[in-house]
Design a protein around this ligand. Sequence first.
Ligand code: FES
Ligand code: FES
Length: 931
Amino acid sequence: MKNTENISVSFMLNDSPQTISVNPLRRFSEVLREDLGLTGTKVGCDAGDCGACTIQIDGEQHNACLTAAAQLEGRSVLTVEGLSNNGNLSPLQQVFLDEGAAQCGICTPGMLMAAQSLLDQTPNPSEPQVLDALGGVLCRCTGYTKIVQAVLKAGQSSSTSSAPEIENQHSEIKKQKYVGTRMPKVDGYKKMTGEEIFGADKAPEDSLWLRAVRSPHPRAKFTHADPEIVLQKFPGLVRVLTADDVPGNNGFGIYPHIKDQPVLAKGHVRFRGEAVLALVGDRESVESVTDDDLGLKWEALEAVRGWERALSGKLEPVQSQIPDNILARGFLKKSDVEKAFSESDIVVEGQWTTSAVEHGYIEPEAGYARKIGQRLEIFVCTQTPYMDRDEVAQVMGLEPEQIRIIPSAVGGGFGGKLDLSLQPLVAIAAWILERPVRCIYTRPESLSSSTKRHPVRMSAKAGCNRDGKLTAFEYHGDFNTGAYASWGPTVADRVPIHCSGPYFVPSVLAETRALLTNESPSGAFRGFGVPQGAVAHEALMDELAEKTDIDPLEFRIRNALRKGDRTATGQLLENSVGQVECLEALQGRWRKWRADAEVFNQNSPHIRRGVGCGSVWYGCGNTSLSNPSTMKVGINAEGKITLYNGAMDIGQGANTIMIQICADALGLSATQFEFIMGDTDLTADAGKTSASRQAFVSGKAAQLAGEELRAQIIRLAEASENSNLRLEQIGTSDGGKLIVKDEAGRHEIILADILPLANGDVLIGEGTFDPPTTPLDENRQGSPYATYGFGAQIAEVEVDTLLGTTKVLRLAAAHDVGKAVNPTQVEGQIHGGIAQGLGMALMEEYIQGVSENLHDYLMPTVGDMPEIEVILIEDPEPLGPYGAKGIGEHALIPTAPAILGAIKHAVGVSIHHLPATPDRLFAALQAADSE
Ligand code: FES
Ligand code: FES
């Protein structure tokens, strides 16, 4: 492509004639984004697998990444930027916004274009037609349910909506009552139009490009040529960074005492995909330099793979300072489990293994860094700006205050963007070269270098009495943490607490180990190991139910945790324990679905149906650790209200619900709020977006901030507590004024009369909340979480016994969320969690060197999703904002157990290695046949 002459290409682009001089072979996605500035078209894979780049060419949907620029000659192109009209959303965009069809929004432009193409040809499509049209576009957040609903609705309605969408929506909401309403996303408009700025969508004009060079071996020694020699050969290269260029500590990690992962490896790599060098220069040069050009010489070493080898002691340890490869241990003991088993009427046990699972966010890691004076500014997609700031500072040998993290919109995270990726690389390059430096991971690079869900090898045992009351539970799990610690110790610690499920069990023993291997580092992924553990406890519940001849759902109800029970850590549950309500809410469907399956199976020898159940409980927040959040809300002289929101919105909707909560606490209209998200110079530390903590912890902080600002206003007005507040004259030259009305009359506060604070606001309210927990004793007894979310799901599957395939037909999910601050968003979280749980159960398995692209790594598409019904249970949590607690991780946890239980019900075989791919299920069926 380098030597190809540019040609002139003329085409229509969003109804305007366009002529460009371009390399005829260039990807059109790149031309749109880099040359024409139309970054609404996203790139998730550059290989035709994700559909994020879907555009219309002559009315048909096409992948812009697979379209060469020359192919556009004489054609007509429509991109997402061409859908809206003078700032007014198209009917389809409006329905997407109204229905909550976008979460992170990175797939939204592609989805919209695919859907619009269908609607142009088939104005009122059927559901199968919608599924067919959207089949090429992946979404990792929504579970597709609301997207399909939106397209069907758009087809059924020919009405157009031309007014500004957010104002319109909000005006229908009763003033000063936002919590509990389906307020559309406050950042939804930009997600619809393609204006939202993700990590790859922006960089200073004079930015250099950076590409990391990565190991093709899981374990190897290596040498490379002198960087100066490489630079002489490639004039477009400005720098070849090596480990010696790291100014501070060449090691990062999430724990203060473990900084084991090098920014750039020095002479020795521990996993395939580890960064060894970084090339900085013009884009063409950094992309064209080969490993040979760099004089890279590898001496491959025997790799430690899997649990057996990690513990065999026969190979050199992965990290020399940990000779037995046991990075961390977890433990829990409640009462005498051995005695309890000996006194139990029935005891069942089993072993299971699960695979590495990829987060699969559609937005690959991207961002840039630039040096400003003696500070570094880093624009990046992240779940945790303050942790990034502190990590980059120690890698750079700078003070944390010298680093500013400006988060981009985040195109999905799910725990995978909690660890550093490109941040230290672009930081080092920008600091040394004093030029802005940007980096966008390719999809294979993202897959090979990022963390995964821990594969686990586990055994578990459960006992009960003849009347079906649980007596004892024991669990042992070896979690494959891969080459570096990442979140391995957290997983080892969290699993024992949750491994006996949402049940009252008098005696529990649990042991876990996080093992180092030469595989991808395993980190945080929606549930921190708890989804894997749930596979074991739910399979054992089914078995005990069978042995006691009790219906599986009834068995769970009998044993469910209730108010007044003590958990496995001995914590007394006093409030917000909706487990029984969740299970009972599913009872009617359960009976009907089971009866339906029985009828179906009577005349279907090869296609068999079954219905299974899974339960979940999950502690919101960090385990027995302080995890505070601080939020601020300010009003300036013009009457502009800004929520300074440090709680990263990664698609789950933190930007919106924090405003809903704060607006209610303050007593002003949510439609008047603006927000700043995650900028470490402008927002306080709200902690990381993980552990299902933001709605609960940061939500409470937002409530407190709103209440504090309200109190200030009422004091200033010398009005009473029950006053009604109103903001007037926003943005006029007169400035803003607050009208405060109480029983005594009307009071006015002229905002311009108040001396501005350092940030320009005249009034600021601040709230901090740190959920109360206690340290755990040597048996891990205590109160590790301030609150827990509960839930249950039932799934109906259809198994083709001749092929081994499983199709999930329908799924009902009941979750106790305390209070649904925004039911649309809560439903969206549940749908998305179910999609990821379905993937974990049936198809997702990351294999290094094999599934490093989205063609070979299978994730659920729209066609894989069942019909989903969500039931929200609201047992209020007194500590939470208006009763709310978390849901982000809870929704995924019971899905795989429910599906596996349904398979067992359908065909009588238990799957003990996840995912239950057709080959595994077929082999299990054959083995069962031959018994
Ligand atoms: S970027 Fe084109 S299909 Fe993924
Ligand atoms: S909303 Fe679809 S990938 Fe995030």
